[in-house]
Design a protein around this ligand. Sequence first.
Ligand code: NG6
Ligand code: CA
Length: 505
Amino acid sequence: MKRIFFQSLLICFFICADRQVMAQQGKPNVIVIYTDDVGYGDLSCYGAAQIKTPNIDAIAANGLRFINAYASSATCTPSRYSMLSGEYAWRKKGTGIAPGDAALLIDPAKPTLASVFKDAGYHTGVIGKWHLGLGAPGVGPYWNGTIKPGPIELGFNTSYIMPATLDRVPCVYIDGYHIVNLDPTDPITVNYKQPVGNWPTGRDHPELLKMKPSHEHDQTIVNGVSRIGYQTGGKSALWVDEDISTVLAGKAVQFIEENKRKSFFLYFATHNIHVPRVVNKRFAGKSGMGPRGDAILELDWMTGQVTQTLKRLNLTQNTIVIFSSDNGPVIDDGYIDDAVEKLNGHTPAGALRGGKYSAFDGGTRVPMIVSWPGHIAKGTSAAPFSQVDMMASFAQLMGKPFTGGKYMDSENAMDVLLGKNTQGRNYVIQQSVNNTLSIIKGDWKYIEPSNGPAINKYTNTELGNNPKPQLYNLKTDINERKNLADANPEKLNELRDLLNRVRGD
Ligand code: NG6
Ligand code: CA
């Protein structure tokens, strides 16, 4: 009798456990591979002929490749802010390119892309570039102690990040609330206003540099590369640029392995292909295009580490992978790395005008690939998509759709991501580095008048600023050459009014 009871208990346990697994299988895992400064023309699946990105291309071959997908902004911080918060960054002051010691920019009291998943029972993680500030408002990060609030307060269970950019101090990883390998007897000091300590700078000691700055980037030297900002102390915690791809890919693989039996969301924010482009020796010199091309190869390898892990763990069918970029491409972004000299006919922005920082489409129209085998038909989507919609889209998928105007900027575009809706967003808004806004609706794009500079003198990028309103027909003029503002005042007014309405003017 007793035996039968225990046997039935055991059978019941297995049935229940199985049900649980089934329930979890119904919910796909989600991985967002969010790259840094990868342009519309930088991948072979987007037409690049000089460089091969087989692992990224394989995602595209098995998924949906978007040709009208947009980052919200032409620089990193505001694009990430918009994607993770569901609110356009230009609604909040101080969300431009953040210094390395900025305080947390996203309000932890509000839902985020991460909390959408966490609330649905997912294990959530961020690995890689953060660049959204850390620590309390007005205080900032407490480098030598507990660094909070940060990703964890925004809904990430796991956080392994680099605080800002590759070219900004402090050059350390943060695991959870603490700097990795920090020796308490060698505390870290960071300053963005004045020199601290006695570590050499690129300005005073160019002879110590293995990669020299082309503009700015001449402050504290770490690992033979001078950065933006001053740092002293924390020697044992410093990252080694050549190893970052291995470290971050390793963390991503570990995250997937550890959570293979749960539903998980991973925001994998790669450091590639931002400057300084100091790749692992396995990739150095391999592209024939200098460090920028080598960084693309390294990024492709990192992507392959993720997709191969999914395959090995039999998770490919149950995982949505989204691959995209935070802003358009830049060639010389501050270091002498042969990027201009070795372009060799490669066009990082493809057929688009401008690049990173720009109001022209090169600034924000980015590669975006979505795959979920068995659920998303393979192909190309021309539907307009804005990354600000990720949050409401995944809230919908999680069965907790947003209602009302509380998240007014993020709209549910899940059917667009799944390839079921080919119309896409009614309009897309873009923000340039100097906050010039543009709006695209149908074939038309309006760039509001701006007295900002026409060219970024450092990077030699056309910024798209013009004191006069600009109106382009992207269908017939993808390169934004023929300003039709005078010829088509009705369209101009329609788009300007729509932009003003969304902005709340
Ligand atoms: C700019 C830096 C650039 C890069 C960028 C941030 C100068 C002149 N330029 O201010 O090198 O670091 O900030 O890039 O300092 S982003 O992709 O993180 O937005
Ligand atoms: Ca970027």
